[in-house]
Design a protein around this ligand. Structure first.
Ligand SMILES: [Fe+2]
Ligand SMILES: [Fe+2]
Ligand SMILES: [Fe+2]
Length: 280
């Protein structure tokens, strides 16, 4: 099989991992605290590892990882329907990986896809179990319809965090600077945490998280990446600072200030890396 074709096929898998991550996180946030949402978040984290392996393989083949989001099944009125949708998503993934394993002849890529397939089969079993569990024990959609300045701020934050997660991951895949790669991965994980904090805060407060993103920067030269990353960090640190001053709830204020301080730290880290790049 041609390289180009393999890259295309792996990018399809990568896009579907992206879709699965967002679907599962949306479900976990909407169900709220508790054992099951923790387990669902853990499954989303496994899909993140898959996405990471696929992206690294694509880059090693000379390709560019796709930032598009693939298949999602977001319908359903109640939690059992959602878990049913998650079962169906895993079934789709299992079929697709099986097909791709047959198509690819490179033994290392085959082995990687088999490794991922084994996880998807385990996930499928988990979600089948969750369908049964929520039917027996019940589980509620905790989201509300609150819409005011606070929910607007939180959804703005979620949109920003999702965008930078994609941006920093893309940059980490494309840079050849090993220290920049490590830092970008690290900060992407921190932005992922911010997204979770904001979404949970939003659901706790009776709102509904909207997990969408704007266009991530797709520079491929390290210095350009870092300049874009510094620019966005400075903007959002300021926006979080302003939002923190405007909100009255002390818990929310504290959360926004904590995130603001993380963003300032990111700015410093990226500034140092940029100095290193410019000194080359
Ligand atoms: Fe899965
Ligand atoms: Fe952040
Ligand atoms: Fe940041």
């Amino acid at each position: 099989m041609e390289k180009e074709k393999i890259i295309e096929l792996l990018n399809t898998d990568l896009q579907d991992e992206h879709g699965a991550i967002i679907q599962y996180l949306s479900h976990a946030y909407a169900i709220g605290e508790g054992e099951m949402s923790c387990e669902i978040e853990a499954l989303a984290r496994e899909e993140m590892r898959h996405l990471d392996w696929l992206a690294e393989t694509i880059v090693a083949l000379g390709g560019v990882p796709s930032l598009k989001r693939g298949t999602m099944r977001m319908g359903g009125d109640a939690v059992p329907d959602w878990m049913g949708n998650d079962v169906l998503l895993e079934e789709g993934a299992i079929d697709q990986y099986k097909e791709h394993i047959k198509m690819v002849d490179d033994p290392r890529i085959k082995r990687l896809l088999q490794r991922i397939l084994a996880d998807e089969e385990a996930h499928h079993g988990k979600f089948v179990h969750f369908v049964d569990k929520v039917k027996r024990e019940g589980s509620r959609d905790l989201r509300g319809s609150r819409q005011d300045g606070v929910t607007k701020t939180l959804n703005w934050g979620i949109e920003h965090e999702y965008t930078v997660v994609l941006q920093y991951m893309f940059h980490s895949y494309m840079t050849r600077n090993q220290e920049a790669k490590r830092q970008l991965e690290d900060q992407a994980i921190n932005e992922m945490q911010h997204l979770g904090w904001l979404a949970e805060e939003l659901v706790d407060g009776g709102g509904n998280p909207r997990i969408e993103h704007t266009k991530p920067d797709q520079s491929t030269r390290t210095a350009d990446m870092l300049r874009a990353d510094i620019k966005i960090e400075k903007e959002v640190a300021e926006a979080y600072d302003k939002a923190a001053k405007e909100v009255e709830d002390p818990g929310l204020k504290e959360l926004l200030l904590r995130i603001r301080d993380n963003e300032r730290y990111h700015t410093d880290v990226f500034n140092d890396l940029l100095k290193g790049e410019e000194g080359k």
